[in-house]
Structures are given as structure tokens and as C-alpha cells.
Design a protein around this ligand. Sequence first.
Ligand code: GDP
Ligand code: MN
Length: 397
Amino acid sequence: MNLHEYQGKEILASFGVRIQRGIVAQNAAEAVAAAKQLTEETGTGWHVVKAQIHAGGRGKGGGVKLAKNLQEVEQHAENIIGMMLKTPQTPPQGKKVHQVLVAEDVYYPGETETSEIYMSVLLNRARGKNMIMYSPQGGMDIEAVAEETPHLIFTEEIDPAVGLMPFQARSIAFNLGLSGAAFKDMTKFVSSLYTAYVKSDASLFEINPVLKTSDNKIMAVDAKVTIDDNALYRHRDYTDMRDLREENAIEVEAKEAGLNYVDLDGNVGCMVNGAGLAMATMDLIKMAGGEPANFLDVGGTADAKRVETAFRIILKDPNVKAILVNIFGGIVRCDRVAQGIVDAYKNMGDAINVPIIVRLQGTNADIAKALIDNSGLAVHSAVAFQEAADKVQEVLA
Ligand code: GDP
Ligand code: MN
């Protein structure tokens, strides 16, 4: 589950990580009220108005604006809420902004310069360890830093069984070129950030920028947070943070129907039982020269109702030009699945407007094949895995 910046910051603050303070607003009037409240609480006169969407690069796209008075807060909020914000990370048409975060301006000038640091905590799957990635050259051009001056990106590996050791936090502060109060504050920042990552069951915490303020405090100015869906049952208080407006509409519908569906870019829809077989099916489609349009695991109970729902969901993707059904009948009998497909096809009528290739293997596979072949419907049956993939290519050609 991905979170908005303001939600990520709430989680950070709950673990004692210093954040740039802010209040979320749904409209311009709320934004002005938020700014007034922040002025009372923090003394700040200037504010930043920040679009809340699930995508980075908002600054570059015009979704982060500095306001020097309440009129400017109102103006920026009015312009940003409702806009289609285009950033390097959004789809080409952009993403609609529903709310803004009004935050205290923390870039105030002082005796020393402010500086922007990059820091993320994530899982290094290959190494089976957590990892803190950081750079003294944070800010909006971090991608360019990674490409042009990769030696300025540092990593620190953390054994999850041991946790972050104090010397590691110090080594990070040292590599960031900090000293004095900022050095000390950074070690505190890193250790509470790591605790937040572990305790919230996150798979990513990306803070860019982490700011060293002019009075040498370290704080999170941005927060990109992903919580592991499989751990959400341990965090009932986070489940309300899910913003369905930001998620793929078809995936949301599939989830409600209890189907495991991931939208992909290709043109061959897949309906498979079991995640492993689904992965193998996608590989086979690719090896036969096609591109899967989705990952879909219908699970153990592939009855007519489920099969029909799965067809409807696959067909919502306009790119789908053929559907490959690949089901292994172990607990579920193949003839029941075949009957489910035939019934779904009859129920849906014209809604199924692409060729369907069905491969059923396992218990009663022969009966199932006969059922499909004798149904009189435009469904192709295949027995072998490769044969199924080749048939897909045939109907697409
Ligand atoms: P992103 O572009 O989506 O990553 O959004 P960020 O939250 O990182 O904000 C983008 C940029 O806005 C930052 O890199 C800062 O340069 C700038 N910014 C954020 N907060 C403040 C602030 O309080 N004052 C000023 N002057 N600039 C800010
Ligand atoms: Mn950022």
C-alpha cells in the first residue's frame, strides 16, 4: 500500500522522526485555515503548498509552491487542487490532485546554509537485508546524481536480526559531511527512521529531501512510504490510509472480488489458478512472442461465478486481444471449470469479443476438453502448455 506524503509523515512523527510540519486540506478555505494554525503553532509566516498524489517529482511538475502570505496560500491551493498534475512519475495525462498539504516553510535563511540530503530505507531482496541508501546531494535532481555521480550515493546494509548499530548511524552522518549538532541530530534521525521502517512493516521509506536546517536540525521534508500489504493486519490504524482514488481501478475491483490481479501492459489476458502457474504462463506467453496483459490468479475455487467475474475484469482492459485460460485441476475438477467457462461465456454474450484459448489439465481433463469442444462456442482448447501459447499467437496474427 502506497501512502501520501502527509500520511507517511504522520507515521514518521509517531516514531519520533522530526518532520516538516503540515496540515492536509481539501480546498482553498481549509488551506488558509491550516496555514493560520501552523503560524500559531510554529511561528512560521511562509508556507509551502504541496499536491498530495501517489507520485514523486511534484516539485518539477508545479505541484509544490511557496506562499509568502495567506493570499498566496489560497491562490496556490486553488490552482493545485483539481489540477491534472504531470510529473516524470505520473501517467502521460497526469494525476488528479484531490488535496494539498500546507506545510511550514523550513528553508528560512540563517547563519549557515540549508542543505538537501537523500535518504531511503528499503529491502535488498538479493542480499536478504535491509538497506539505507543516502546521498549528500539530495533534492529534486537525485536521478541525475545517481546517473552522473554514482559515487555520491552511499549504502549501508543492515542485518534485520541485529538492527541498526550505533556505529552505522555515525558512519552515515560522517559520510554526509556533517559535524557538531547536525552530526548528532543525524544519528538520532537515522535510528528513529530505521525503527519507523521496521515497526510499520514498510517496504520503502524514501525521504527526499532530508533537510539540514540553517540551525543544524535534521528533518524530513518529504516522505514516500510503502507499507507491506501482507502485514496490514498488524496495523489496523493504517488501513484507513488507503486512498483508492490513487490506485488502479481494475485492481481495486478485482481485490473486492477476492481475485489476485495485477494490471500489465501487454495484450494477452491470462486466467490461471495458482501464483506459480500464473508466473509460468506469463513466461510462456513471452517466450511465444506475446506480452501478458495481466497477472490473474483465480485461486482454488474456479467456479462459474468466479470465472465470469475474472473474464469481466480481464476484459475491462481495452488492450486485451486474446485470453488464455490455464488451469490445473487438482482439488477443483477440470470439468467443473470447463462448465464454468461455458456458462460464463453464455451469460456474458457479446461482452466476450476476443478469442479464448483454454488449457485444462488434471482431474477429468478429457471430459473438460470435450465439454469445451462440443459447446459450439468460439473457445479453442489446448492440451499442452506450448500448444496453448502457440494458439494464442495464431489468433493474434
Ligand atoms: P517532490 O518533488 O514530489 O519530491 O516533492 P518534495 O516534497 O520533495 O518537494 C519538492 C521541492 O520543494 C523540494 O526539493 C524543495 O526544494 C522544495 N520545498 C519543499 N519544502 C520547502 C519549504 O519549506 N521551503 C522551500 N522554500 N522549499 C521547499
Ligand atoms: Mn521529494
